[in-house]
Design a protein around this ligand. Structure first.
Ligand code: GSH
Length: 392
């Protein structure tokens, strides 16, 4: 049956569980996507990181998340909203995970959905298996010793920080083990993970969907149920801005940083630069990205702008622009940073430690550039009150 499928990328609906690989195809079960593997991908072990996701032209091609269930208050829902049933595994460093932490804070769900924050620097996930070179997110381990990067250089990095915790629930050593304990067959061990403590399984590992669930499905328990970050009347505008901000800015910085050909980088930086200018232009005329209301689309944009100057400009070579050079974008970031609970979700030290120290291919000795303390700029008063509109 598979041999009759068209040769390139295919999308079709699968209702039943299907193993990860059939011939030259990979099937991610819950996203229901079938993709033809490149020869390079076929040679790779099952466990893989984003750095392995390359097109034949050297461009970064992010694979879709594989766990795509929804928390829902529908009568027959498998995952109904409940207090203290769901858990988030996140990293301070990860912009996609950061979306979920900000949404949780702004809705006031801290007492409803528990969180574990993984350690910033990726480590070997099967250190006792010489044939397994996968590196990924690990939990804090107070009994472990300081370590170097995955090729034995840089550091020493601490195996524990006060903000990070061991996995008290599943007792996994790393995020890969969480996926393995629930029978994952996809082999990409990403955060954020929305975990169901009752059914002991992953609900979703797709941040764009988790933030929608946090916004709308937990209002019976939220401290701020009246805050709607995705009002119906703005849905179309949100989809429109997300549709170009995601590929050119959110994922655009990764397309720049993970490019393995000049041509791929040139295309990515051109897209990023023009989208950055477009965002600046929009926000010079209105308070938020879809108008006068703060929405999930602002959260999605903010997490990339927050990391832009300290990380992406240097590490991902996105040096055509800087947020600190834009009065408009700096003030936009200030306003969001100063919203209820948002600053407590930001840990710039861990953001920098993660990026600069987790990919020895890009920074062999894991040197962390000093930077100019971008986060401190965000404590200054903002000027966004010049636009009318409700504040969160
Ligand atoms: N589509 C996912 C992407 C998540 C993602 O790529 N997370 C990165 C951290 S920023 C990760 O965990 N990467 C692990 C890896 O590449 O192995 C989402 O938005 O939730």
């Amino acid at each position: 049956m598979i041999s009759k499928l068209p040769r390139l990328y295919l999308v079709f609906t699968l209702r039943t569980f299907i193993p990860r690989r059939i011939g030259a195809f990979t099937i991610s079960r819950n996203s229901m996507t079938v993709q033809k593997l490149t020869a390079m991908e076929e040679a790779l072990p099952l466990a893989r990181t984003a750095l392995d996701e390359m097109g034949e032209d050297g461009s970064f091609k992010r694979r879709e998340a594989s766990w795509r269930n929804w928390v829902s208050s529908a009568d027959d829902a498998k995952f109904p909203p409940e207090k203290d049933r769901y858990h988030l595994y996140v990293a301070y460093a990860c912009p996609w995970a950061h979306r979920t932490m900000i949404t949780r804070a702004i809705k006031g769900l801290q007492d409803v959905i528990s969180v574990t924050i993984v350690m910033p620097v990726w480590q070997r996930t099967k250190p006792n298996d010489p044939s397994d070179h996968h590196t990924g997110w690990t939990f804090a381990d107070p009994d472990s010793k300081p370590f170097a990067n995955s090729i034995g250089l840089g550091g020493p990095f601490s195996p524990t920080y006060p903000e990070n915790a061991p996995d008290h629930f599943l007792h996994a050593k790393n995020i890969r083990e969480v996926y393995e304990k629930v029978g994952d067959k996809d082999g990409k061990y990403t955060v954020p993970v929305l975990f169901d403590k009752k059914l002991r399984t992953i609900v979703s590992n797709e941040s764009s969907e988790i933030i929608q669930m946090l916004n709308s499905e937990f209002n019976d328990f939220a401290s701020f149920p009246e805050v709607d970050l995705a009002p119906d009347h703005l849905q179309e505008s949100m989809d429109e801005v997300d549709s170009w901000i995601y590929p050119s800015i959110n994922n655009g910085v990764y397309r720049c940083g993970f490019a393995k050909s000049q041509q791929a980088y040139d295309k990515a930086i051109e897209d990023l630069t023009s989208a950055f200018d477009r965002v600046e232009e929009i926000l010079s005329k209105q308070r938020f990205i879809t108008g006068d209301t703060f929405t999930l689309s602002d959260i999605r944009l903010f997490v990339t702008l927050l990391r832009f100057d300290e990380v992406y400009v240097v590490y991902f070579k996105t040096n055509t622009r800087a947020v600190a050079n834009s009065t408009v974008l700096l003030n936009y970031c200030r306003e969001i940073y100063q919203m209820n609970g948002v600053a407590s979700t930001v840990n710039m030290a861990q953001i920098k430690e993660h990026y600069y120290c987790s990919h020895p291919d890009l920074n062999k000795f894991s040197i962390i550039p000093k930077g100019t303390d971008f986060e401190n700029l965000l404590n200054e008063p903002h000027d966004r009150d010049r636009f009318f509109g409700p504040q969160v």
